[in-house]
Design a protein. Structure first.
Length: 424
């Protein structure tokens, strides 16, 4: 296989797929495929709604073309699948996008082709769930007519320092020869280098525990925040003091959402339970993190009552809706838990986020964003996401949205403790 000339097809052009397609498209022919025709049209016009790739970078990928036509994929011999792997309402893995993508690839798969998956899954999913679909649809035999690989994505949305090419890439293949081919393929674009895992299952497991580890560490500090709140101790002050020790890990409490940390542990626990083992520590961490929205809403209500603010009918402004700062990503944002819990208390909640497309927020969560919050109109103001725009505006500007008597809650401890009434 001549890696420099074989056409690559990237299936799914979101936060993961687009940067990958762009980097490969600077060196070799790449077909960027997505079922969202609006997304394809935007990319052809040099616009990326995720803001992960700018117009200049898109222009540099001179060998990259975009399409929503599955027939166009026939020109490729290497397929990289980067579709989402969410959870359903029951917190069970939803492999629907992955299976559909596998069916799409299977219809155009030829002898000698390689299919690489980057989507986060539980160990075994590539060979147990995806490969049978490829075989059924294509009529070809795995590891005889076509081959597979796995290289977990490590994209951090909104992070301008840790980019695709500067993050070491784990790779794996279904045979030793294919593993070598896939590793060389990624090594051609990854400046930070690659790490070849022993097997596809090892690579899948490595990915899923990366975010499970982070989830558990955040759950610990979230539980500490709940404990310290009962003690009347400022959690951030405690973490600052403990952080003076060289090996203290700098995790911070907060709402845990997004497409990875709040989702991936459920893929691992699903597989564990299918094998007859009920995880305790992992699920305990998930329960703590999933419950933070309700707990924070309760803390806000208590603070309002202490100031003799009528909660039922009060107006509260929430600043920030995305799952993390400085990106437009709304996937699995847990700010909506805070919105829902406050609404249950009879609070009228308004949301402002300069990074979010109002129509996308309406479609995703049935919430309406305010473009310009009223000045001096709110009984409570909650800074929920640490966007740079909020930091630069300063705490006085945040408080300026409140009435003469109000509660300003700085969930992200963005400002010094003395500048807010409540913080996590």
């Amino acid at each position: 296989m001549t890696l420099s000339t074989d056409t690559i097809a990237v299936i799914g052009l979101g936060y993961v797929g687009l940067p990958l397609a762009v980097e490969f498209g600077k060196q070799r022919p790449v077909i960027g495929f997505d079922v969202n025709e609006g997304r394809i049209e935007d990319l052809r016009n040099g616009h990326d709604a995720t803001r992960e790739v700018d117009g200049d970078e898109l222009a540099q990928a001179s060998l990259l073309s975009f399409t929503s036509d599955p027939e166009a994929l026939k020109a490729a011999s290497i397929f990289i699948v980067t579709v989402p792997t969410p959870i359903d309402a029951h917190k069970q893995p939803d492999l629907t996008p992955l299976i559909r993508a596998s069916e799409t690839v299977g219809r155009v798969l030829g002898k000698g082709d390689i299919v690489i998956y980057e989507s986060t899954v539980y160990p075994g999913a590539t060979e147990e769930d995806c490969v049978p679909v490829l075989e059924r649809v294509s009529g070809l035999a795995f590891n005889r007519d076509f081959f597979c690989g796995y290289s977990p994505e490590r994209i951090n949305p909104g992070d301008k320092l840790h980019r695709l090419t500067t993050i070491r890439k784990v790779t794996a293949g279904s045979t030793p020869e294919v593993a070598e081919t896939i590793d060389r393929l990624y090594a051609s674009i990854i400046q930070a280098g690659t790490y070849r895992a022993d097997s596809i299952r090892v690579a899948e497991a490595a990915k899923v525990i990366e975010n499970t580890q982070r989830d558990l560490n955040i759950a610990l500090v979230n539980e500490l925040a709940i404990i310290f709140a009962r003690m009347g101790i400022d959690t951030q002050a405690v973490l600052d003091a403990a952080g003076t020790k060289w090996n203290f890990l700098p995790f911070r409490p907060g709402l845990v959402g997004g497409h990875c940390i709040g989702v991936d542990p459920y893929y691992l626990t699903h597989k564990a339970e299918a094998l007859g083992y009920h995880p305790q520590v992992i699920l305990a961490g998930r329960r703590i993190n999933d419950g933070m929205g309700g707990w924070l809403a309760g803390q806000m209500v208590k603070a309002m009552l202490k100031r003799r603010i009528q909660v039922d009918g009060a107006r509260v402004l929430i600043l920030g809706l995305t799952f993390k700062e400085n990106c437009p990503d709304l996937r699995n944002t847990r700010v909506v838990d805070l919105v829902s819990e406050l609404a249950d208390y009879g609070v009228t909640v308004e949301i402002h986020d300069p990074w979010v497309d109002p129509e996308e927020a309406r479609q995703a969560y049935d919430v309406n964003l305010v473009a310009r919050p009223d000045a001096g109109a709110y009984d409570g103001v909650i800074l929920a996401v640490a966007h740079d725009a909020f930091r630069e505006a300063g705490s006085a500007a945040m408080r300026g949205h409140g009435r003469d008597i109000h509660v300003f809650c700085d969930l992200k401890s963005l400002f010094p403790a003395a500048e807010s009434d409540l913080r996590l």
